[in-house]
Design a binder for this molecule. Structure first.
Ligand code: 4NP
Length: 156
């Protein structure tokens, strides 16, 4: 089976998708699952920037250092490099689909579709909210990361 390569996508690649990438890397490592992971934004506002300080803080509460991550924008090549591309919300999903080249292999879906009972749900944008919203973001991305690792491990 081809090694999974997972891309997490939000708007700015500084709040939600870096946390999703971190939660997935952590869950995969704990499960002994070999997978590639990265994150990107549909917008170019924060290209080259580290994650939002509130995301760095939230990850550090879970023992994970994401301060070295750098923002980047989703590119057409990503549809060939990655086996799965997960959108944090519906707007991201529409923007990803709009960029998707004809005949590309990546599966594109909403991240929360992975979590039983949360199918179709968005991960709310925490950018204009307080720190407690970053905790909620973590809970969502962690639930999805666990579900994803479970599915990929099952696949063998
Ligand atoms: P993210 O959050 O998409 O989860 O990284 C945002 C980050 C930046 C902006 C909006 C959302 N912004 O408008 O700059």
């Amino acid at each position: 089976m081809e090694k999974p390569a997972i891309l997490f996508v939000c708007l700015g690649n500084i709040c939600r998708s870096p946390l999703a990438e971190a939660a997935f890397r952590d869950a995969a490592e704990k499960a002994g699952l070999e997978a590639e992971a990265d994150s990107a934004g549909t917008a170019d506002y924060h290209v080259g920037s580290p994650p939002d300080p509130r995301s760095i803080e939230e990850a550090s509460k879970h023992g994970i250092d994401i301060s070295g991550y750098a923002g980047r924008q989703l590119a057409v090549e990503d549809f060939y490099r990655f086996t799965h591309i997960f959108a944090m919300d519906h707007q991201n999903l529409r923007n990803i689909e709009a960029l998707r080249p004809e005949g590309s292999r990546a599966h594109v879906s909403l991240l929360m579709d992975l979590v039983p009972g949360r199918e179709g749900a968005a991960i709310a944008d925490p950018y204009y909210d307080g720190e407690e919203q970053f905790e909620a973001t973590w809970e969502d991305v962690e639930a999805a990361a666990r579900a994803l690792v479970g599915r990929l491990a099952e696949r063998g």
